[in-house]
Structures are given as structure tokens and as C-alpha cells.
Ligand binder design. Structure first.
Ligand code: GUN
Length: 264
């Protein structure tokens, strides 16, 4: 089943579940930028929430808001019993520390799973594992290579693959080309999140049964391309667009619902 079909199926299930409750889940998105990419993501998140019956409110703040004031606004939501979960859309303006903001969101309402005390895992890596399990991909003892070491994707992805008993290698900008080639040629699962258009291409060799999960979204000449060139000679490659982005949005709903089910 492809990602679009999988996401549609999972959303139908969530919609049915939500319609069985007496009150609707309440979700708040805080936005402190007017970044075009963020606007697109937020539009998608609002649409998804509406589709499954989650009440979602967008609170936009002036780009000049101070860190202290933003934290005060987060605390208002933390203490509002009518709100189940919240996210603060990243990136934030340079004068605001993303780490401080991640720590300000109550771990009880942290739909992104960014707080160190959050019981939820970050949406992109968690959603990727859920999708691979849905496809019945056997992860135990498999060679998993994660390319990129960001806090949002690379690091938690490596941790979750390890939890599934993969042999995990994390490659990054300081990895030599020779080592990249060696690890990639031996990989069963490759998760690429480097933010470089078509970084994985035909100049590498792959196992023909390999699975490539492409987390990249790069704009090239007005269209979107992933971190992997489409049509690699592998068993399965997730598309861009219409791939991991949809999985991340779905997992945001999953995380919110985990909080909501605990509340009621
Ligand atoms: N910006 C890009 N991806 C994300 C995400 O998963 N969560 C938040 N809060 N901001 C983002």
C-alpha cells in the first residue's frame, strides 16, 4: 500500500474513533514566522485536523515577540485545561532560542515530542517506523543507515531503529565519500534527511532489496525534490512529494490522540 492510501486509511480510522467521543480533541498551533514553507505545513496540519474532527486553532504572533512573552503565551496554553496538545512551529526568529521554547511546552501537551521529558516520540521518525511496521518490513538485525544527524529526524530516527533491533549507522556531513559508499552499499534500510536535493543518486550502489525512506523536501526550479533521486534501483523508495511529509502530518494526529485518550 502506498503512503497516500495508508494515510487515508489511518485518517478514516481516527475520524471514526473521534466521532465516538463526547468532546472533540483540542489542538493549538503557535506560529511566530511568516515563512512560506511553514505556511504550507500549517495549512496541511489544519486541513488534516479538520478532516478527522480535531478542533485546531492557529495562534499567530508578531515576529518581534520576545522570548519571555512567547514563553508566557505557551504557559497560558499549558495551563488551559480545554487544550489537549500544542506545537510551536519551527523555525523561530533568530532572537528566540528553539531549545528554550521546546522546554517551555509542557511535556504533557507536547505533540511534537521535542521535550526531553515527553513520553511521545518525534513525529517523523515515529511515523516512519509505524509505516514500515504496517508494511510488515522485518527490521530485526537489518542494517539501517541514517544519513543526517538533526535533533528532529536523524538522532531520534537512529534511536527508534535501534529499539527495533536494527544495526544502526548514522552518517553525516563529516563522513567521507568512501565510507558513505561502503555503508550505503551494505544497507537494508536507508533513511536520508540531509536537506540536499538528490543527494542519493545512481553514483552510489545499493542492495536491490534495500528500502529508501526520503525525508528531504527541496525546492528546485519551482518544484519539490527529495534527498534521493527518484527511480533508484531498490525494492522500495518513498516519493517526494506525497511521502514522508504525509506520514509526519499523520503522526502529529496520532500523538495528539495519544494525549487525548489519556485525558479522557
Ligand atoms: N517545522 C518543520 N517540521 C516541524 C515539526 O515537525 N514540528 C514543528 N513544531 N515545527 C516544524
Amino acid at each position: 500500500m502506498n503512503i497516500k492510501e495508508y494515510v487515508a486509511l489511518r485518517k478514516e480510522e481516527l475520524k471514526k474513533e473521534i466521532s465516538s467521543y463526547k468532546r472533540l480533541p483540542q489542538f493549538v498551533i503557535m506560529q511566530v514566522n511568516d515563512d512560506p514553507a511553514s505556511n504550507v505545513y500549517i495549512k496541511g496540519k489544519l486541513k488534516d485536523a479538520a478532516e478527522v474532527g480535531i478542533n485546531c486553532e492557529l495562534r499567530k504572533f508578531d515576529i518581534d515577540i520576545s522570548e519571555e512573552e512567547l514563553i508566557r503565551q505557551i504557559e497560558i496554553i499549558n495551563n488551559d485545561p480545554s487544550v489537549d496538545g500544542l506545537i510551536v512551529q519551527m523555525p523561530l526568529p533568530k532572537h528566540i532560542s528553539e531549545d528554550n521554547i521546546k522546554l517551555a511546552v509542557s511535556p504533557k501537551k507536547d505533540v511534537d515530542g521535542f521535550h526531553p521529558l515527553s513520553k511521545l516520540d518525534p513525529c517523523t521518525p515515529k511515523g516512519i517506523i509505524n509505516y514500515l511496521k504496517f508494511l510488515k518490513v522485518d527490521l530485526v538485525g537489518k542494517n539501517a543507515v541514517v544519513i543526517g544527524r538533526s535533533n528532529i529526524v536523524g538522532k531520534p530516527m537512529a534511536r527508534l531503529l535501534l529499539k527495533e533491533s536494527c544495526n544502526v549507522t548514522v552518517l553525516h556531513s563529516k563522513t567521507t565519500r568512501k565510507d558513505m559508499e561502503m555503508y550505503i552499499s551494505n544497507a537494508d534500510i536507508i533513511v536520508v534527511a540531509v536537506g540536499r536535493a538528490e543527494f542519493l543518486n545512481e553514483t552510489f550502489t545499493y542492495k536491490k532489496e534495500a528500502i529508501v525512506v526520503d525525508v528531504g523536501i527541496n525546492r528546485v526550479d519551482g518544484h519539490l525534490v527529495g534527498d534521493a533521486k527518484s527511480g533508484l534501483p531498490v525494492q522500495l523508495q518513498t516519493p517526494v512529494p506525497g511521502g514522508v511529509g504525509l506520514i509526519t502530518r499523520l503522526t502529529l494526529l496520532d500523538n495528539l490522540m495519544e494525549i487525548f485518550r489519556n485525558e479522557i
